[in-house]
Design a protein around this ligand. Structure first.
Ligand SMILES: [Zn+2]
Length: 189
């Protein structure tokens, strides 16, 4: 195909000429984007889908590449949904350390108001999401960050956190260094 023919395929307003499977002839076709949702493993997943819309019959159809793109978009949206930490979960993690929203945010190296907005259900960036997930799986990460950032929070908050059951459990384990030492000893490293 030479350049002139290729250029003729692309006409104004995102229209291209191609064979419409409904009309069974060549028509102007427009590339459209719209939000769609599917139920996947019992969860309602919303994602941005791409399609062609025939300018003649207004039916919608997909190229093979679009089907792949849409499947990928749906799967990515599902994974994001599956991975995200719920506001209730964040509250329960924070409360297990007796920490205020502000103190919790400062210890985790986030802004003072960040935890508040997450607990209100505002969207969480992937990086914070991952940290919170690791935190819910491994509390030692919290205490490692606590040791690093405790000077950023007030004395009253520190006393509250250090009197939490979670903190006492952490102390009993002897902290992260001890845990690593015992792990490397037992694995013979
Ligand atoms: Zn058509």
């Amino acid at each position: 195909m030479n350049n002139i023919i290729a250029a003729q395929l692309f006409i104004k307003r995102n229209m291209i000429k191609m064979s419409c499977p409904y009309c069974e002839s060549i028509h102007e076709v427009r590339r459209i984007k719209r939000t769609e949702s599917i139920v996947f493993k019992g969860k309602n997943v919303s994602y941005e889908a791409v399609h062609y819309e025939c300018n003649n019959c207004h039916e919608i159809f997909d190229s093979a590449q679009m089907m792949d793109e849409n499947l990928l978009a749906a799967r990515e949206a599902y994974e994001l949904l599956e991975e995200s930490v719920s506001p209730a979960k964040i509250i329960s993690i924070r409360e297990s350390y007796n920490a205020s929203q502000k103190a919790f945010g400062l210890i985790l190296g986030m802004g003072e108001l960040t935890i508040n907005s997450y607990e209100q259900g505002k969207s969480i960036p992937m990086s914070s999401n991952r940290l919170l997930l690791h935190l819910s799986e491994n509390p030692l990460i919290f205490f490692e960050m606590y040791e690093r950032n405790k000077n950023k929070i007030g004395l009253i908050q520190r006393e509250r956190i250090e009197s939490s059951e979670a903190f006492k459990t952490y102390k009993k384990l002897g902290g992260l260094k001890n845990l690593y030492n015992s792990l490397s000893e037992s694995s013979g490293v």
